[in-house]
Design a protein around this ligand. Structure first.
Ligand code: GLC
Length: 741
């Protein structure tokens, strides 16, 4: 349709039809089966008449379902305006990839891009028009369950990079084409900074802090033409983001020039009443439409109150028209007026979903997301003919795809035990479960949060001894123990904040018991967040963090453990030594009393270090890399002259494995008219270096990289002295200095 045709369609619409376009419901009204819920299920209280006017459907997927719903809806739609279908395809549709936090640890934009492109290839033929992804919230608090969704983790720059990559990977160059969807950036804004890591909690910081560390990843995605953005549940400067005019009109649409659709998060408009700002649903509807929220996700606030506000002359119809026009425009760009089914195609689903090339590529991509945290005496890779005892609650467990893999089926997931059998044959497998995943108490936290019947206390005691004895038996007959342990997948993800982010108690006990055998122990760690490993770390010889690695995760794990490829991932979020250190992140401030001598009157703890167990950017390889010859092409950069300094370093692979190394560039502004962090990531390069070879790696420093939000809220660079760091992680770097004059 042309713009004038869209305008005339808008003019033909009744007020009810216009309001309907601003309403999103799930597909249950049109389908018998329950579809996925990602928030509290509540009676929507939307009348039948309005149901056949809504603009979009959430989390109804599958070509058959989408076509059925679209047909039923259009049958009763006067103007035949097709529905849009939106869903959370966070780390894969049917082929599930590693969780975003893991993908981000690859520090390989190609890996992140390909995971998203394959996911969109599958989702688009399943009828998905809009993907509620990328999540680009900067996250510094591992207690928060949703750190698992962040690709850039604790760093602003990394989130900016991945935001751009993901928007382009999801949208391609034409959102109507098969293999592409609309990207919906979320959660605007600063949802990752929830106080105490508690879900939906307060976010409060200066505008300068907000701009310096949290806003730019959303802006980066908008610059790549993301067509939708989702408001966050939290407040920003005391006002819920979903009704925050400063945030949504001045910053998002004004300063950033965003002209796409703003969708609320799940029932977030209605929740502004619980926040204590909107008086009631009518007030919430007015505040949200005034702030520029176009779609009300899963409540009846817009459907039941906007009309009244217009009739009472409290709300001008033009605000509704602008929202409706944006929705019609997006449907037009998706070519839904010409083909209301979009790319939904049951025949193509059979060929594309979980096909061989998707799975093979998933296996390859997944390998780069693992982080080798420890490898004492180079116990890894596993040597030929070493007898392996595979033990642990994750050793033969399908649940390795993470909390946001709700459209995948477990029968497509290969377990670690099955993958090992594939490689060495069933007869060679020494396996024992070793322990339950969780104690009853830990499991009941999960069951209670889902309103399910609780287990009786002590339930696990019935099997504890049996599992331990079996584990000891197989371990005694092996040369090495491969332990598959970690968090339950429902201990992270939305609504799963935890104050204790340690291994489950039964698994700690299992490790203690196995340690008495004094055999080498290799830990495969499954987790949706950084964990505190203080009870077990010194009992383990090697730790490979595999996060929740997805459909091909198990095969990829053995590829790494047997040395077919060296691990190359590095942390995008540090591992605290203790929860009490949180929030903890690498780019902290020096303070007036930096912790130099660990004396009382310094910025320190009496009973713990101020540093993480494993820092941002950390990850080991099967090779060792030596950094030498840090050189700067000049020690002077001229303000306003657009000149550059070339930084070079020589990196040598001193090991016997060809391996990839992530070379990191950090910069420190020694003085500013506001404090500046002790270092900030400004660049990285992942390079393959063959055994015993070396490579010269170069970066360019420009004035743009030195800019920051100053005390007057200007984004500027200031003349002065800067330090440059180049290294293998945020702690171990070579350093030099230069001046901006
Ligand atoms: C959830 C999440 C959001 C998701 C939405 C729809 O509450 O906050 O990330 O896209 O609901 O499922």
């Amino acid at each position: 349709m042309t713009k004038s045709q869209l305008i005339s369609l808008l003019n033909d619409m009744t007020l009810d039809e216009k309001i309907g376009q601003l309403v999103q419901v799930n597909g249950n009204f049109f389908l018998e089966e329950e579809n996925v819920q990602t928030g509290p299920i509540s009676r929507l209280g939307i009348n039948e008449d309005m149901i056949y006017k809504v603009g979009s459907i959430i989390n109804t997927v599958g070509a058959k379902n989408v076509i059925t719903v679209q047909d039923k809806y259009l049958e009763k739609s006067r103007l035949k305006i097709p529905l849009m279908f939106m869903a959370d395809i966070i780390n894969g549709y049917k082929t599930v990839f590693p969780i975003p936090l893991a993908q981000g640890c690859s520090w390989n934009t190609e890996v992140v891009k390909r995971c998203a492109q394959i996911a969109m290839k599958e989702a688009s033929v399943a009828g998905v028009n809009v993907n509620f992804y990328p999540m680009v919230d900067v996250v510094r608090d591992a207690r928060w369950g949703r750190v698992m969704e962040s690709t850039g983790g604790e760093d602003t720059y990394l989130n900016e990079i991945y935001s751009k990559v993901l928007v382009n990977a999801i949208q391609g160059n034409d959102i109507s084409k098969e293999g592409n969807c609309v990207a919906c950036i979320k959660h605007f804004a600063a949802y990752g900074a929830v106080e105490s890591g508690r879900e939906y909690n307060k976010v409060d910081m200066s505008e300068r802090e907000l701009r310096q560390y949290y806003l730019s990843p959303y802006k980066s995605g908008i610059e790549e033409k993301a067509k939708m953005i989702m408001t966050s549940f939290n407040i920003v400067d005391g006002i819920p983001a979903t009704i925050n005019k400063w945030l949504l009109r001045e910053i998002l649409r004004g300063e950033y020039g965003f002209d796409g659709i703003v969708i609320s998060d799940y029932s977030a408009i209605q929740e502004t009443i619980s926040h204590g700002v909107s008086q009631d649903k009518k007030d919430a509807a007015l505040r949200a439409i005034n702030a520029g929220v176009d779609i009300d996700m899963l409540t009846n606030v817009y459907s039941n109150f906007l009309k009244e506000l217009v009739k009472e002359d409290v709300l001008t119809i033009s605000l509704i028209d602008e929202a409706v026009y944006r929705i019609l425009k997006l449907k037009n760009e998706l070519k839904l007026f010409e083909n209301p089914y979009g790319n939904a195609n049951a025949e193509k689903e059979k060929k594309i979903l979980l096909n061989k090339e998707n799975l093979e590529e998933a296996r390859k991509l997944t390998r780069e997301t693992f982080v080798l945290l420890k490898n004492e005496k180079n116990i890894l890779p596993i040597k030929e003919n070493q007898k392996i005892a595979l033990i642990g609650p994750y050793a033969d467990n399908f649940a390795i795809t993470g909390e946001w893999s709700m459209f995948s089926e477990r029968e497509n997931i290969v377990t670690i035990k099955q993958a090992l059998e594939e490689r060495i044959g069933k007869e060679k497998i020494l396996y024992a479960k070793g322990s339950n995943m969780l104690t009853t108490r830990e499991m009941n936290y999960i069951l209670k949060s889902e309103g399910k019947p609780l287990l009786k206390n002590g339930e696990e005691l019935k099997t504890k001894k049996k599992y331990l004895n079996e584990a000891m038996t197989v371990a005694k007959n092996a040369d090495i123990i491969v332990l598959a342990v970690g968090e339950h997948y429902k201990q992270s993800g939305e609504g799963n904040a935890r104050v204790s982010i340690r291994l489950p108690k039964l698994q700690i006990n299992l490790i203690n018991v196995l340690k008495t055998l004094n055999k080498p122990i290799i830990m495969i760690l499954f987790n949706g967040r950084p964990l505190v490993l203080e009870e077990v770390e010194n009992k383990i010889d090697a730790i490979l963090d595999v996060w929740f690695p997805g459909t091909e995760g198990a095969r990829a794990i053995w590829d790494i453990l047997f040395g077919n490829e060296s691990p190359s991932g590095k942390l995008n979020m540090c591992f605290p030594e203790h929860e009490g250190q949180i929030p903890i992140y690498y780019n902290q401030y020096n303070t007036g009393r930096p912790n130099i001598n660990n004396l009382r009157f310094e910025s320190r703890y009496q009973d713990a270090s101020i540093y993480p167990k494993y820092p941002f950017g950390f990850g080991l390889s099967y090779s060792k890399f030596e950094y030498k010859d840090l050189k700067l092409s000049s020690t002077i950069l001229h303000k306003g002259k657009y000149d550059k300094i070339t930084v070079s370093v020589t990196v040598k692979n001193c090991g016997k494995f060809d391996a990839k190394e992530i070379v990191q560039l950090y910069i420190q502004d020694l003085f500013g008219n506001v404090v500046r962090p002790i270092k900030e990531l400004k660049g990285f390069k992942k390079v393959l270096i063959k055994a015993n070879e070396k490579k010269k790696v170069e970066f360019e420093i420009t004035e743009e990289m030195l800019k920051f939000w100053n005390k007057d809220l200007e984004y500027v660079s200031e003349k002065g002295t800067f330090k440059v760091y180049v290294g293998c992680n945020s702690k171990e770097c070579l350093e030099d200095k230069f001046e901006l004059i």
